[in-house]
Write a protein that binds this ligand. Structure first.
Ligand SMILES: Nc1ncnc2c1ncn2[C@@H]1O[C@H](COP(=O)(O)OP(=O)(O)OP(=O)(O)O)[C@@H](O)[C@H]1O
Ligand SMILES: [Mg+2]
Length: 317
């Protein structure tokens, strides 16, 4: 898919995805080793976007299986197209007993099968990206079915048999950790832990994703995000919400975050009644604005040469 890490880096950059050097290498390794990536972390942290930008970077298509409770094989793999089978039978007219066996075989081929995203991904001539989104929403039985696809690159379909992959997709499995993903799937994947970004990386994300907003706001917003996430909110704002906030400030023609903006910014940053109450406390928002200015002035996100995530996890520990 990618001839070098440098090529991958340039292409992700062009697709407006900001990542750190270690994550970049893991994505490259997953592509080279044909291993799925299990992307786990909080909402809005860029998990789904990763699959989309890898597809753009590799100039290929994306097949997306959106998981939900009760999803079944029909949705994921596909089902026979009964109306097409009926039409075929009708056009043939009467069939002799001798012809029946071969006709039955014909009817149970991929030609009469409406392919779901998993099968489509394996049947692509050129490797595509297969996004299995929010896998934590499905049960263990479904997870077990994925194992055949992800380790043997084939699907067993009743009445058709085993369908082997024409190409091996780059697989991204995402999870918000509603349910713990089982160890067999973990074993087969490279694990990417998504966390809130450093101020430095979030500034770059905001620059990329809201290019036409006021440049001086990007660093401020990243500092604001950092301050909010240190404020023990029930639902700290995600990268996606900070991108929305940048957009809102652009619409409001605001160039600086100040305490007076509290009431209009609350619906964008406080998404539970308790978080709203906390930020409405006397001095609550003012102290955030103070921290924002401090962080955006002097915070140097990553310790030199160290992986950003490892760094953040170590600091928390
Ligand atoms: N590393 C990044 N580089 C650029 N933009 C990013 C990055 N991470 C997140 N974003 C922005 O955040 C938005 C939301 O990201 P995404 O939908 O991938 O989140 P998610 O982790 O899949 O969330 P959820 O769990 O709610 O589905 C993206 O559309 C993009 O604008
Ligand atoms: Mg997502």
């Amino acid at each position: 898919m990618f001839s070098s890490i440098e090529e991958l880096s340039e292409k992700l950059e062009a697709a407006k995805y900001v990542t750190d050097p270690v994550t970049l290498k893991v994505i490259y390794l997953a592509a080279q080793m044909q291993k799925p990536v299990l992307a786990e972390g909080p909402p809005g942290s860029g998990k789904t976007e990763l699959a989309k930008v890898v597809a753009i970077a590799a100039d290929t298509t994306i097949e997306r299986l959106q998981c939900y409770e009760g999803i079944n094989e029909e949705k994921a793999i596909g089902k026979f197209d009964e109306s097409l089978q009926r039409l075929y039978l009708n056009t043939l007219g009467g069939t002799s007993r001798a012809e029946w066996a071969s006709l039955r075989r014909d009817l149970h081929t991929l030609e009469f099968f409406q392919e779901g995203p998993l099968l489509r991904a394996l049947l692509c001539e050129k490797p595509c990206v297969l996004l299995i989104d929010e896998i934590d929403k499905v049960g263990e039985a479904f997870e077990a079915e994925l194992l055949e696809i992800l380790s043997d690159w084939q699907i067993s379909i009743p009445k058709i048999g085993t369908v082997k992959a024409r190409s091996r997709p780059f697989v991204v499995l995402t999870s918000n950790e509603v349910r713990r993903i089982g160890d067999p799937l973990r074993r087969r994947s490279l694990y990417l832990r998504f966390e809130h970004p450093t101020i430095e990386r979030e500034t770059r994300i905001l620059e990329k994703r809201t290019a036409d907003s006021h440049a001086e706001l990007h660093g401020q917003l990243a500092g604001f995000a950092h301050a909010l996430r240190g404020y023990t909110l029930e639902k700290p704002p995600s990268i996606a919400e900070m991108v929305d906030l940048a957009e809102a400030l652009k619409i409001l023609r605001v160039r600086e975050i100040s305490a007076e903006l509290r009431d209009v910014l609350l619906p964008l940053i406080a998404k539970t009644p308790n978080d709203r109450k906390r930020l409405l406390l006397r001095d609550g928002f003012e102290s955030l604005v103070f921290d924002t200015q401090r962080y955006s002035r002097d915070f140097d996100g990553t310790e030199h040469g160290e992986d950003e995530q490892v760094c953040a996890e170590r600091r928390r520990f």
